[in-house]
Each structure stands twice: as C-alpha cells, then as structure tokens.
Write a protein that binds this ligand. Sequence first.
Ligand SMILES: Cc1cc2nc3c(=O)[nH]c(=O)nc-3n(C[C@H](O)[C@H](O)[C@H](O)COP(=O)(O)O)c2cc1C
Length: 198
Amino acid sequence: MKPIVIYKSKTGFTEKYGQWIAEELRCKSLPLKKAKQENLQDYNLIIYGGGIYAGIIVGLKEMKKLLSALPNKNLVVYCTGATPLEMTEKIAEVKKVNLKDYERSNIPFYYFLSGLNYERMGFFSRIIMKLMSSQLEKELNQSGTENSKVPEKSFDLSDRKYIEPLVRYVKWLTHHSHISYIIYTSIIIHVTRIYEIC
Ligand SMILES: Cc1cc2nc3c(=O)[nH]c(=O)nc-3n(C[C@H](O)[C@H](O)[C@H](O)COP(=O)(O)O)c2cc1C
C-alpha cells in the first residue's frame, strides 16, 4: 500500500495536518492543484484533506472526480474545522453531507479540530464568517459548549495528537496488505513447484 496525502487548504490548517500525516507515514504530501500533474497511478492509497466551509469539505468533489478515472484506489478523507469536538452531531452531519450513502461505509472519515485564521482569510470568507457568527453562537450555546462566543481573533487548537487514529489505520492497512502480498506470492510459488513436479 503506497499512500500520498493530497489537500486543499485556504488558511493553512489542513496543509499543516497533511504535513504531519505525511511525516508520520513517511510519504509525499501535496496540494490538490499540483496533484493533477502527479502520476497518481503510482499510489494506491489517497489520503485527502480539506477545510470545512459552511459544512462543505473544500475540494472533495474535485478529488473524487479525479479518482473516478483511476481504478483500484483506496480513499481516506480528513477534514479540519472549528466545530468543537463535543458537537458530535454537527461533525456527523459534515460526513453525511459530503459522502454519499455507499461512500460512508467505504471511505474512512476523520475530523480534526483546527481554528480560525482571520489573517489568511479572504475578504468574502470574513464576511461569511460575520454572517454565520450569530447562528454558530446559538448552536454552541445549545450544545452546552463552555465558551459560546465565536472568537473575533485568530485561534489555533490544532494538535498533532488528533491524527493518531488515521495514522494507525493507514499503518494497519499497509501492514495487512503486505502480509496478504506475502501469502499470495508464497501460494503462487508453491503452486508453481507442484505444477513442475507433476
Ligand atoms: C467562511 C468560513 C466558514 C466556515 N465554516 C465552518 C463550518 O461549517 N464548520 C466548521 O467546523 N468550521 C468552519 N470554518 C472553520 C474552518 O473550517 C477552519 O478554519 C478550517 O481549518 C480551515 O481549513 P484551511 O485553513 O485548511 O482552509 C469556517 C471558516 C470560514 C472562514
């Protein structure tokens, strides 16, 4: 199993998580726009990451389209957002909106807490953020989150520890496929020998 991390990041959080994952898995990471020039045939596991903007994981549709032309690729999705981890229903909703029914049972999905970076946000993102603030505060209040105010300054709650379950899963998958490969090749060798003897 040869993995690659591909991401689309507007303000840097998803990119940072992508680099942490690539370091742990000792694999390549690159932005989605460069992935089009990369030979994705060389990889059989694509780990795609995108920031959540108004519930949508950026670039995921584009990534899925790119992969539809390439058979036998495993996809793992991670997304980063400012939704507190205790708002599990909201996170489940992101999964439901971004992955179709059959994809939800086949594509491993991970949510990583990040923050907000007003300095790197575009003009429209700042306006949308302002418009969304009162609705967000209402939801934070309802979920019983300690601080239900949407911060007006940048904050960063991202932490390398959040990638552990994803890294563990990919390492397990790699190990598993390696063992399957050894079993498969030893069966082939044995069958060939029996055939030669006969
Ligand atoms: C306009 C806007 C909308 C956002 N919508 C959501 C959202 O629906 N859910 C969420 O958890 N975070 C939301 N966020 C926070 C971003 O998902 C978070 O900052 C993310 O890590 C950004 O990823 P990036 O830096 O890789 O682009 C929003 C941020 C902005 C600026």
